[in-house]
Design a protein. Structure first.
Length: 570
């Protein structure tokens, strides 16, 4: 008889939210019901408890997106916050409280009771004591750690693998050894090397960039290579009539590939693409602007499609025309031009605050952030080109009063995507508003903390999810908030170095970067969008590390580091 393989989700429970089948979810509902029947249980609907875990609790509470992995041994009165994990083979017993964002590594042991040790009777007859264990928020307890009864581990702490915790650990401590002792403050020193469960899928950045000069040399060599091949990759994506993102794969007639080609040529060559004049490119981009709304309608920029009618509704907040505000507006600026007409659609939005409240913040914060980006950019364009601020004060006022001081972001994480939608929406929103007008973020330290937490969610940084959007939406917030505070700088730099090491070798000669270079679909084929975005990402990563000068290029379009319009002092 052949034994059945172990249940994958039991051992990889972080995959549950994104990959579980209807059968898997039904099985979890039954698991929740049985746990409730066996004792007092209060489990969030998306909490996961492995079928092979030995869970025999008098009371069990689990917050959103938390899990108990395969063959864990969990008994007693257990309270687990949101986004907290007990990994396979861990032992958690007694009266134990875990805060939010706690990671307990495999084979760790938290025992919240003890035997007496008096010499007058054998150990098995000694009375028990039970003081309890409390773990704060944002704590990483490494593999094979032992935590004894009565211990309090402060928030934001890291307990190194194999440590034995016999005394309380203050907030922000990095503690190692037997007995465990704090060796430094996490805020003031580089983070320890991540475990396989939290690291990005690259080797240590120190292996590729052993010193600062080595990193600068790598960046300089990369930039020279990209510049030498810029003409080839642009020619590859021009079919004789129009620019396309990826030859043979994309429908003809999109506007963004033209804008990406203009940006790439400006970035690497400081001129228009070969075979195209400035006046001709301006003519094409302006031809699609709707005089009534000021928005750029979808359509073909080849001469055969320039006057193609568009009968649909054009919106600042939704649809294809919203991104054209960014790409076409900046492409025209690179050509020393501007939109022929003001963007009337943003100045005529009725009840702007009501529409902002109605954006999908709860489940699609990226879409909400993209809408804000487009509205902010439309206002900036009108202010820059036509001296019309429109509803700028209303927009900035609403954003500032609706930012969450706990996270620094807008919107809330969801069970399926974690912080992905919120972080990605934060990038789009702040790019088009705070960054574009040179305004400070409301809560920069909280934002950095949330974004760094998001980088530990491997679901969004491997395979198809290792894409230009997901990386850009981390580095731009770190870079932007880093202008206001050094909070989290060591962790951020470590991530930036690792990401640079990962992306530089993915350049394809003569073709540039793919949007998702590790993907399994056609987004893994190099194109204009992927190349434009990754070159901007590389600049932001390098600038965050203090080495952007080595690239000898600086984005001047959608991803420009300078504000489009700096507001005068009030």
């Amino acid at each position: 008889m052949i034994a059945e393989p172990p249940e994958r989700l039991d051992f990889l429970p972080w995959e549950y939210a994104g990959t579980a089948s209807d059968e898997d979810r039904a099985r979890q509902l039954e698991r929740h019901r049985l746990l409730g029947a066996a004792g007092e249980a209060e489990l969030a609907p998306d909490a996961f408890v492995a079928g092979s875990a030995a869970v025999f609790c008098d009371r069990l509470r689990m917050g959103e997106r938390s899990y108990i992995g395969a063959h864990a041994y969990v008994t007693g009165e257990i309270t687990i916050g949101a986004d907290s994990t007990i990994n396979p083979f861990a032992v958690v017993r007694g009266r134990i409280t875990l805060g939010d964002g706690v990671r307990i590594g495999a084979h760790a042991c938290l025992i919240a009771f003890n035997h007496g040790t008096a010499p007058d009777q054998p150990i098995f007859r000694q009375p028990h004591t039970a003081l309890g264990i409390t773990v704060g928020d944002d704590v990483w307890i490494g593999s094979n750690v032992v935590v004894l009864d009565g211990i309090i581990i402060g928030s934001h702490s890291i307990i190194g693998a194999g440590a034995v915790v016999t005394k309380n650990i203050p907030d922000w401590s990095i503690a190692v050894g037997n007995p465990a002792r704090a060796i430094r403050d996490r805020r003031d020193s580089p983070a320890p090397t991540p475990t396989a469960s939290t690291a990005t899928p690259t080797t240590s950045a120190a292996l590729a960039f052993p010193d600062r000069r080595d990193l600068a040399d790598h960046l300089s060599a990369f930039a020279s290579r990209a510049r030498e091949q810029a003409g080839d990759l642009l020619a590859r994506c021009y079919d004789g009539e129009r620019f396309v993102d990826r030859p043979g794969l994309d429908r003809p007639g999109a506007i963004r590939p033209w804008c990406d080609a203009i940006e790439l040529s400006d970035l690497l060559l400081r001129r228009t693409p070969d075979g195209h004049t400035r006046d001709d490119l301006v003519r094409r981009l302006r031809a699609r602007q709707d005089p009534r709304t000021g928005l750029v309608a979808p359509g073909d920029l080849a001469d055969t499609g320039l006057k193609q009618p568009f009968d649909g509704e054009l919106s600042v907040l939704h649809g294809e025309a919203s991104y054209h505000i960014l790409c076409a507006g900046y492409a025209l600026q690179l050509l020393d031009s501007r939109f022929e007409h003001p963007i009337h659609a943003v100045t005529s939005i009725d009840q702007l605050e009501t529409q902002l409240n109605q954006l999908p913040w709860a489940r699609n914060a990226w879409s909400a952030g993209a809408a804000i980006d487009a509205a902010g950019t439309a206002i900036a364009r009108n202010l820059n080109d036509h001296n019309d601020p429109g509803p700028l004060s209303t927009l900035i006022g609403w954003l500032t009063t609706h930012a969450d001081p706990r996270t620094g972001l807008w919107g809330q994480p969801d069970p399926d995507n974690g912080w992905l939608q919120v972080v990605n929406g934060f990038y789009r929103l702040t790019r088009g508003t705070y960054a574009q007008f040179g305004l400070p973020l409301p809560y920069p330290e909280a934002a950095i903390r949330t974004v760094l937490t998001h980088t530990q969610d491997r679901r969004h940084f491997t395979g198809n999810a290792y894409n230009a959007c997901n990386i850009l939406d981390v580095i731009h917030p770190l870079w932007l908030a880093g202008h206001q505070t050094d909070f989290g700088r060591a962790d951020g730099k470590r991530w930036a170095e690792s990401t640079l090491e990962s992306i530089l070798p993915r350049w394809v000669d003569g073709a540039g970067f793919a949007f998702a270079p590790d993907g399994t679909d056609d987004r893994a084929i190099p194109g204009l969008q992927g190349t434009e975005m990754w070159l901007a990402i590389i600049w932001l990563l390098s600038d965050y590390l203090g080495h952007s000068d080595a690239l000898t290029y600086r984005p001047r379009g959608v991803h420009r580091p300078e504000p489009l319009h700096t507001l005068p002092p009030s």
